[in-house]
Design a protein around this ligand. Structure first.
Ligand code: GDP
Length: 183
């Protein structure tokens, strides 16, 4: 089954977003990554796809060695996971573009791994501020990217973005059906 990964800096609102997406669904935890279940949790969604909850990155205070191993594990998963269809990179709407996120996108681009951006905590900004931040972010991206990735705005508190994100996943899944049937 196709898998979709959610990742972002710690405290970006990832758990809240995942809870919003999964609302009212009994999440059956799968252990698709034996031995790594504490770091990568995958959940079966709607019987049709897996949601992978990747650990938050950007622990500036973690010792270098720990950080390296931690990162390698995430990078290996993303690079080699066969059924991974798309990575959703979560970014706090209030923040200016952060180097760590931009570098991560660059890495995804180099590896040709499809990704989308989800701006979180939309409710914390006025729509004018939001528009300003969004434009600023897009301009920053256009310095290195020819084309902008798919961008979602969301708020777990105000239940914004759920239908858009789930709809996008459904539309990607539809195109994949044949591919996955062959396996
Ligand atoms: P994680 O560390 O990325 O999993 O982030 P959490 O989902 O645990 O959220 C971190 C903090 O941000 C918590 O205090 C949440 O209550 C808060 N938070 C998460 N999503 C939202 C949101 O959409 N709106 C607001 N106002 N707060 C949020």
């Amino acid at each position: 089954k196709p898998e979709y990964a959610f990742i972002g800096r710690s405290n970006v609102g990832k758990s809240s977003l995942i809870n919003m997406l999964a609302e009212k669904k009994a999440l059956a935890k799968t252990s698709a990554t034996p031995g790594k279940t504490q770091l990568i949790n995958t959940f079966e969604m709607d019987d049709t796809w897996y949601l992978a909850d990747l650990p938050g990155y950007g622990f500036a205070k973690a010792p270098k060695g720990v950080r390296g191993g931690f990162n390698k594990m995430i990078y290996d998963y993303i690079e080699f996971r066969k059924n991974l269809v798309n990575v959703f990179l979560l970014i706090d709407s209030r923040h200016t573009p952060q180097k760590i996120d931009l570098q991560f996108m660059e890495w995804l681009g180099n590896k040709q791994i499809p990704f989308a951006i989800v701006f979180t905590k939309l409710d914390k900004l006025t729509s004018t501020q939001m528009q300003k931040n969004l434009n600023h972010y897009k301009n920053e991206l256009l310095k290195t990217w020819e084309e902008l990735p798919k961008i979602f705005t969301s708020s777990a508190s105000s239940k914004i973005g759920k239908l858009e994100i789930l709809g996008y996943i459904d539309s990607l899944n539809e195109h994949l059906v044949d591919e996955f049937k062959k396996e």
